[in-house]
Design a protein around this ligand. Structure first.
Ligand code: ADP
Ligand code: ADP
Ligand code: MG
Length: 471
């Protein structure tokens, strides 16, 4: 069994990994850069080491991190999500230095982390993929010819993209000519690679993804699906497990496809296979070869601790569950509370948290690294808290989400919390009738007033009465 883990990440996911280690009697080592000196993962891990002044360089320096793991006696590295988590070179370096990388083998990361290679593997394995280019696009002429064949609308996508960036929809040849160089420049800047490919744009699909776990003994299982259709600019905002929109037959089919996809590439550890669902058609979109932001909701409906399983798998143990042992109960929602101002085009709103009160009560889970007095640094993700709620029925989970969002107090920065309450109130959301166009189709949901927040008003009134009465 792994004894000591270096966590090559920061923020809530680093704290999540520290928690799993603590419950398993594994020592945890945090790394941080100076802007993160007061971050929670630094305080919570058993040991913490600074990797210098630069906000990002330390988190992205494979050799330095592997060396530090060895110097501090760690036998494994957990990469979390983002940063080096899908960097095959990093995984290879770990393998070379005899440090266990908690994730799949480097060549599997290569196969699945690169979106065009993943499409090739899936084509070969008989998993349906979105129609599109066979590999990367050579130039705009090839793109124009192919788009005529496939038919507009099409998507131009960065081959090494992620986080919803480097994706543009084009509805005509004219748009394609405009967008093509933009995606290339975005991809080069954000991912250090100019490679792009084309997919047919599936209009108004649901984003359905399946969590899988695979051990080194040839066992692969799925933990059912998540519906991540509530997105803005291809970025997930609210995630749901299981999907309230799937039939039992679709659920079984898509779960089986995910296992087939993972087995086809010899996948090991936790991973997510993402699909688009349109009517009864299912298309493989990509695989994320790491723990995902929204693994929490799958944990809530299945009771499986995914990070714990990752650590066990990396230790060479067999999965704790066979497919038949895994069932789900109720519904879970995750709200990505971002430090952004929805009313100002979701502009990042970094700064000091002047007051934070965590929501609680039945069926509520919070994964975060913020605390009262914490200053959110401007260098990283704007996601600052994940609020997860669970309940037995769809109606109850919506009510619980409303209640938990109401309970929470997060002052000093603007967040997406109140906006999410508007989404929960929409009749289509309540009827479980939505797809990836829900957010762009409902700009009116941004016309809320922060001040009309009923409990906020009640609180202000109570405070005024208290002040008046001299309590
Ligand atoms: P998930 O697929 O787990 O829902 P997201 O797409 O929201 O994750 O990405 C999680 C984090 O990882 C974000 O900070 C995002 O910017 C980062 N990320 C994801 N993919 C990549 C990538 N290919 N390159 C760099 N960063 C990435
Ligand atoms: P990332 O690596 O950034 O997560 P994905 O390939 O998973 O990129 O796509 C992100 C989102 O973009 C999807 O969830 C979906 O909403 C949208 N999208 C991507 N490809 C297509 C497509 N071919 N047709 C329609 N929507 C798409
Ligand atoms: Mg994706």
């Amino acid at each position: 069994m792994i004894k000591k883990v270096l966590i090559a990440n920061r923020g809530e996911i680093a704290v999540r990994i520290v928690r799993a280690c603590a419950e398993m009697g594994i020592r945890s080592v945090a790394i941080y850069t100076e802007p993160d000196r007061y971050a929670l993962h630094v305080k919570r891990a058993d040991e913490a080491y600074s990797l210098g002044e630069d906000a990002l360089a330390g988190y992205l320096d494979p050799l330095r991190i592997v060396n530090l793991a060895q110097e501090t006696g760690c036998d494994a590295i957990h990469p979390g999500y983002g940063f080096l988590s899908e960097n095959a070179e990093f995984a290879r370096l770990c393998e070379k230095h005899g440090v266990t990388f908690i994730g799949p083998e480097s060549d599997v990361i290569n196969k699945m982390g690169d979106k065009t290679q993943a499409r090739d593997s899936m084509r070969a394995a008989g998993v349906p993929i979105t129609p599109g280019s066979e590999g990367n696009l050579a130039d705009i002429d090839e793109a124009l010819t192919l788009a005529e064949e496939i038919g507009y609308p099409i998507m131009i996508k960065a081959t090494s993209g992620g986080g919803g960036r480097g994706i543009r929809r084009c509805d005509s040849a004219q748009e394609l000519k405009q967008q093509y160089p933009r995606v290339i420049s975005e991809a080069t800047k954000a991912f250090g690679s100019a490679e792009v490919f084309m997919e047919k744009c599936i209009v108004d699909p649901c984003h359905i993804e399946v969590q899988i776990l695979a051990d080194s003994h040839g066992n692969t299982v799925h933990l059912y699906e998540r519906d991540c259709s509530i997105q803005r600019r291809n970025q997930k905002l609210i995630e749901i497990a299981p999907s309230p929109q799937l039939t039992p037959e679709q659920r079984q089919y898509i779960g089986g496809l995910a296992v087939k996809a993972a087995e086809a590439v010899g996948y090991e550890n936790a991973g997510t296979v993402e699909f688009l669902l349109s009517g009864n058609e299912v298309y493989f979109m990509e695989m994320n070869t790491r723990v995902q932001v929204e693994h929490t909701i799958t944990e809530q409906i299945t009771g499986v601790d995914i990070v714990r399983e990752q650590l066990r798998i990396a230790s060479g143990l067999k999965l704790s569950y066979r497919q038949d042992d895994i069932s789900y109960r109720g519904y879970a929602l995750q709200f990505r509370i971002n430090a952004e101002d929805p009313k100002n085009d979701f502009l990042p709103s970094f700064g000091r948290i002047s007051h934070y009160y965590a929501p609680g009560g039945p069926g509520v889970r919070v994964d975060t690294a913020i605390y009262t007095g914490y200053e959110i640094p401007p260098y990283y993700d704007s996601m600052c808290l994940k609020l997860v709620v669970w309940a037995l029925t769809w109606e109850e989970v919506i009510a619980r989400g409303q209640r938990a969002l109401n309970d929470m107090r997060l002052h000093g920065i603007k967040t997406t919390a109140t906006y999410y309450q508007q989404i929960l109130q929409h009749p289509d959301f309540q009827k479980a009738d939505f797809n990836t166009s829900f957010v762009p189709n409902h700009p009116e949901l941004l016309n809320y007033s922060e001040k009309s927040h009923p409990s906020e008003v009640a609180l202000a009134v109570a405070a005024a009465i208290a002040a008046h009465a001299g309590w």
